[in-house]
Ligand binder design. Structure first.
Ligand code: HPA
Ligand code: ZN
Length: 342
C-alpha cells in the first residue's frame, strides 16, 4: 500500500453522501434473495456484476431500484446497514450520514417502520459495538410527485427523532428543486436539516443549484460540481458555507470523468467540499478509494486531504460536542502525521 493510500485509510473521515441501498453488495443480494425466497435472474456473482451496466444516472437508477427487491424485513435493512458500518469503520470513517429512500420500499409494500427500525438498530449497534457514529437522512424521490413526497414527509414525523434531515435524489431530468419547495418548507418547519442532490452535468444544473440556495435554502448540496460554471453561485455558496458532497468515482460512472480537477478548484475557491462514495457497491469504491482516486488524478496533497475531512466534519449535522471531539481527533492525526514527516 502506498504512503498516500495508508495516510488516507488512517485519516479520520466523515462520509456525508452515502445511499444505504447503494451499499447492497452482490453477495448480500444473493443471501437476502435466498432468505426471502426471491428468484433472481442470475446464478453467479459474476453474472450479477455483469448485469450492472450503466452509463448515466437513469441507467444506474434502473439497476439500483431493481436490486432492492430483496430487501423485505427489518432484519434485511439491519444487515445492509451493519455491513456498511463495519466496512466504513475498517477504513476509519468516524461518522456517517446515511441516506435512505423510503419510497423505493413503501411503493413495493414494505412498511416505513420496517425500513426505519432495521436501519436504526444498526446505527445504535454501530455506536455501541464499533464506536462509529451515524445519523439517517431520508431522501424524497424527485421523479415521483410532490404530493407523494409530502405524504412521505408526513409519515416520517412519527419517527422525527430518528431522522436528522431530508434530501432529494433519483432522476433529476425535469424534476427541479422548486418542484419540492412545499415539502422542504414543511420539513424545515419540522426541524429537519435540508440537503438536495444536484447531479453532475444535468440539463439546468446551475439553475437547480440556484434554486437550492434561493428557493429551498439548503445547507448542503449533494454533488453540485457545476457550481463552478457560474462565478456568482460560487461566491454565494462560499459566503453561506454551503457543504458540497462530491463523489468522484460515481461521477466517473455516470459522466465518464472523476471531476477531480473540479474538486481541487472547489477546494481552492474556499467551498466546503467533501469526498464521498455515493453507491459504493455499484461503483466498486468506498470512501478511501474515492479519496485515493481523486488525490492521484488531481495531485491532492496530504494537507488538501485533511482539509476535505475538516470540511466534512464542519458541514456535518453532528451536535457541537461530537463535532468538536471529531475535529480534535482530526487535528491530532494531522499533528502526528506532520511530526513523523519532520
Ligand atoms: N443521484 C441521484 N439519485 C441517486 C443517487 C445519485 O447520486 N444515488 C442513488 N440515488
Ligand atoms: Zn447520491
Amino acid at each position: 500500500m502506498s504512503d498516500m493510500t495508508s495516510f488516507i485509510r488512517e485519516l479520520p473521515k466523515a462520509e456525508l453522501h452515502l445511499h444505504i441501498e447503494g451499499t447492497l453488495e452482490p453477495e448480500l443480494r444473493f443471501k437476502l434473495a435466498a432468505r426471502n425466497s426471491i428468484a433472481l435472474p442470475y446464478s453467479t456473482l459474476e453474472e450479477m456484476r455483469a448485469g450492472y451496466l450503466f452509463h448515466d444516472l437513469p441507467s444506474f437508477l434502473a439497476v439500483y431500484y431493481d436490486a432492492m427487491s430483496v430487501l423485505k424485513t427489518s432484519q434485511d435493512f439491519y444487515d445492509l446497514a451493519w455491513a456498511y458500518l463495519e466496512r466504513a469503520h475498517a477504513e476509519n470513517v468516524r461518522y456517517a450520514e446515511i441516506f435512505f429512500d423510503p419510497q423505493a420500499h413503501t411503493s413495493r409494500g414494505v412498511a416505513f417502520h420496517t425500513v426505519l427500525s432495521g436501519l436504526r438498530n444498526a446505527v445504535l449497534d454501530g455506536r455501541r459495538l464499533l464506536g462509529i457514529r451515524a445519523q439517517l437522512i431520508m431522501c424524497i424521490l424527485r421523479d415521483h410527485s410532490a404530493a407523494y413526497g409530502m405524504a412521505t414527509l408526513l409519515e416520517s414525523l412519527a419517527y422525527r427523532d430518528l431522522i436528522i434531515g431530508i434530501g432529494l435524489d433519483s432522476d433529476e431530468a425535469g424534476n427541479p428543486p422548486a418542484k419540492f419547495a412545499e415539502v422542504f418548507r414543511r420539513a424545515r418547519e419540522e426541524g429537519y436539516r435540508l440537503t438536495m442532490h444536484c447531479d453532475v452535468d444535468q440539463a439546468g444544473s446551475t439553475d437547480h443549484i440556484r434554486q437550492c440556495l434561493d428557493v429551498i435554502g439548503v445547507e448542503r448540496i449533494d454533488h453540485g460540481v457545476n457550481v463552478l460554471d457560474d462565478a456568482s453561485l460560487v461566491a454565494a455558496a462560499a459566503a453561506r458555507g454551503i457543504g458540497f458532497t462530491v463523489c468522484p468515482v460515481s461521477n466517473r460512472y455516470v459522466t465518464g470523468e472523476l471531476k477531480a480537477h473540479e474538486l481541487r478548484r472547489m477546494l481552492q475557491r474556499g467551498l466546503k467540499v467533501t469526498v464521498n462514495s455515493d453507491d459504493p457497491a455499484y461503483f466498486d469504491a468506498y470512501v478511501t478509494d474515492n479519496l485515493v482516486a481523486a488525490a492521484a488524478a488531481a495531485g491532492l496533497t496530504e494537507p488538501d486531504l485533511v482539509q476535505l475531512e475538516r470540511n466534512a466534519f464542519e458541514v456535518s449535522w453532528l451536535g457541537p460536542g461530537a463535532k468538536d471531539a471529531l475535529l480534535g481527533e482530526l487535528d491530532r492525526f494531522e499533528a502526528a502525521a506532520l511530526s513523523e514527516e519532520a
